[in-house]
Design a protein around this ligand. Structure first.
Ligand SMILES: [Zn+2]
Length: 175
């Protein structure tokens, strides 16, 4: 049970982080959190029996200054964009980072101006903007508040991942 990850939501239903199932159960038993989503599996101890949570929600709001929670890095841009070219949807292969408005033309290196792109799209675009080349972004790049390590998905049962997806807008390429 230790390896099972449970998604913790703030009282406002915003995703905060993952913890292991044991900690999640303790938080529920102590009245610090409530179960929001459950797996079919039943957890039994000598004194209690209940369904294994996959998502819990804190009873008290935790104020987290969001700015800076997810630091800007190439690795995190890849995670935000699910290792997918944001122009053509290609995954895998040689992926790179593209400045939407080229750096040489004053484009910033920021969450809002940097996306994952395949070599083909990157080359085609060159030193131009998507509009000039006639290609479109699949979605508007944004500063993420929450990112998930692929390992969390890989180790999770399908039922867990499905229940998380209601609360996490980012769909991993694994889904
Ligand atoms: Zn592409």
């Amino acid at each position: 049970m230790k390896h099972l990850r449970v998604l913790i939501l703030n009282s406002t239903y915003e995703p905060l982080q993952f913890c292991n199932a044991h900690r999640a159960i303790v938080m529920v038993l102590k009245g610090k959190a409530e179960q929001v989503e459950c797996d079919g599996k039943v957890f039994r101890s000598p004194s209690v029996t209940f369904r294994l949570p996959t998502v819990i929600r804190l009873m008290n709001f935790i104020n987290i200054p969001y700015r800076g929670i997810v630091s800007f890095s190439k690795k995190n841009v890849f995670r935000r964009d699910s290792h997918t070219c944001q122009y053509c949807g290609r995954t895998g292969g040689e992926l790179t980072i593209d400045h939407i408005i080229p750096k040489s033309r004053g484009g910033s290196t920021s969450w809002e101006n940097v996306v994952v792109a395949c070599q083909g799209c990157n080359l085609k675009k060159g030193n131009r903007t998507p509009g000039e080349v006639g290609i479109k972004l699949m979605k508007k790049p944004y500063r993420p508040h929450f990112l998930i390590h692929n390992s969390v998905y890989q180790s999770a049962p399908k039922s867990f991942v499905e229940s998380w997806s209601k609360y996490i807008s980012l769909k991993p390429s694994a889904l």
